[in-house]
Design a protein around this ligand. Structure first.
Ligand code: THG
Length: 373
């Protein structure tokens, strides 16, 4: 069998860090927001241990920014999410589900409030720019919507604070969780946030000057020799252990935020003027029909392969697995699964129909590994 290759073109856009990612020996890519995103460097499991022990630099330039500016910007952003943004502060990052009029998920970005009338939606893999432009046009809103030239670079892992201080100064220590500040790199101001798609701690640097990309990458790599800094990317094992949902995999356009387990970001008891409010209230009143849950299952290894996999209880279909991996820490298979009501309680015995045959498992709460363990 020949190994399929991903043919790059203008549509699979590169980032200012792409040449460094290639030089570092990237082993695989996925496509995210029409851009290349690395999936492993050494192996997913080696990358996992390195991320949990040291510090990694990730090219997450594919986390595109949808910039919304104007006198109606705040109103437009609020209309897209059930999370209450009325008390959001400048300098705050807010993880927020975006929903349509039927309360179905559009995306799950991190929203950065840059000014009272200026926001960045740091998006997952759907075309939020098109959605927002359509809403602004139809609603005759004063809002300019663009995808600016900004490419986030994440620095993740337990030694991220040390490495960041060496390159961007001691001020990084004072950035709170889900807050951002503007710091200088070679006299160029950059937005730096304490966020990132792992639970190992770290930052994201929002690079807005292509020419500085390789200089920033090299500065981080050169400053961290003794910290065992290395290239990395969002890690499948770590993110399942930590309960970080992947839009398009674990949550899709067919799901609402209550099914996704994002009720803590749905403020239906407040005066939130969100277009999906009515629909979401109806779903909340009945309770969601299914939910994203964790599963632990018997396995020595979990090969990367085509999902979803059926999940059964007492031989009856109750849902499907949307992401799976072998957890070196828990020493078993771990998965996200979308499970029907009445079959999602923790401890329920299930069977997962993997491509290699049925495997016994147990439903578990998320995250599968609580923070700090
Ligand atoms: N960083 C930035 N942009 C992004 C991502 C990111 N865009 C795409 C994707 N990731 C969006 N998805 C998520 C999912 C979860 C989180 C962040 C982005 C996350 N969640 C915290 C948690 O679940 O523990 C909750 C955060 C909170 O309490 O507000 O971090 O990673 N720039």
């Amino acid at each position: 069998m020949t190994t399929p290759i991903l043919a790059a073109s203008r549509r699979t856009r590169r980032t200012p860090f792409s040449a460094r990612v290639e030089a570092a020996g990237v082993k695989g890519y996925t496509v995210y927001n029409h851009m290349l995103l690395a999936t492993s460097f050494r192996s997913v499991e080696e990358d996992y241990w390195h991320l949990k022990r040291h510090v990694q630099v990730w090219d997450v330039g594919c986390e595109r920014q949808v910039e919304i500016v104007g006198s109606d910007a705040a109103r437009l952003v609020q209309s897209m999410t059930p999370r209450d943004l009325s008390k959001a502060q400048i300098g705050q990052c807010l993880y927020a589900p975006l929903i349509d009029e039927a309360a179905l998920m559009i995306n799950d970005p991190v929203i950065l409030k840059l000014a009272p009338d200026r926001f960045w939606l740091s998006i997952a893999d759907t075309d939020v720019e098109l959605w927002a432009k359509g809403l602004a046009y139809a609603g005759k809103l004063q809002a300019r919507i663009t995808e600016p030239d900004v490419w986030p670079l994440a620095v993740q892992g337990p030694k991220a604070d040390d490495l960041m201080a060496r390159v961007l100064g001691d001020k990084v220590a004072s950035i709170g969780y889900f807050r951002f500040a503007t710091l200088a790199f070679k006299r160029h101001p950059l937005i730096v946030a304490r966020t990132g798609w792992s639970r190992q701690g770290g930052f994201e640097i929002y690079l807005d000057d292509w020419a500085l990309g390789e200089k920033l990458w090299d500065a981080l790599m050169d400053a961290g020799d003794d910290l065992d800094v290395g290239p990395g990317c969002p890690n499948l094992i770590e993110r399942i252990e930590s309960g970080l949902l992947s839009f398009g995999n674990d949550v899709t356009r067919a799901n609402n935020p209550l099914e996704a387990g994002l009720e803590r970001f749905c403020h239906l008891n407040r005066a939130v003027d969100c277009m999906g409010r009515r629909a979401l209230e109806e779903i909340a009143a009945k309770g969601p029909a299914r939910r994203v849950r964790g599963i632990r299952f018997n396995a020595q290894a979990v090969p990367g392969c085509v999902l979803p996999w059926p999940v059964k209880a007492k031989r009856k279909p109750i849902g499907h697995v949307t992401s799976a991996a072998f957890s070196p820490q828990l020493k078993c298979g771990i998965a996200f699964a979308l499970l029907d009501r009445d079959h999602w309680e923790a401890g329920l015995a299930v069977t997962i129909e993997t491509p290699e045959g049925p495997r016994p498992g147990t439903v578990a709460d998320l995250p599968l590994i609580p923070p700090g363990r």
